[in-house]
Design a protein. Structure first.
Length: 89
């Protein structure tokens, strides 16, 4: 879910919430700055599901993504099908 009020994408599971924080850049693109997954959800593919959902939203909204978060950087490397959304600036 996109929570624009706090500038993050969220995935609620098992009473906790995983999220990706972002900043809106001057050109309207989104800089993904941090991915957080609660300890009890780690190792279950939650970060990947969350990232894919956030990238899907960005594609539909016509937004480019600047991956600053280390997880997002790796995700783009492992999933080149999303590279059309990747901004280098």
């Amino acid at each position: 879910m996109h929570n624009e009020a706090v500038r993050r994408f969220e995935l609620a599971l098992s009473g906790t919430t995983a999220y990706i924080d972002y900043k809106v850049k001057d050109d309207g693109s989104l800089a993904f700055t941090h991915t957080f997954v609660p300890v009890e959800l780690q190792g279950q593919g939650v970060a990947a599901r969350l990232t894919e959902g956030a990238l899907r939203w960005c594609r539909e909204a016509g937004k480019q993504v600047l991956p600053l978060c280390s997880y997002t950087v790796v995700y783009f490397k492992r999933h080149p099908e999303w590279n059309d959304l990747k901004s280098d600036q």
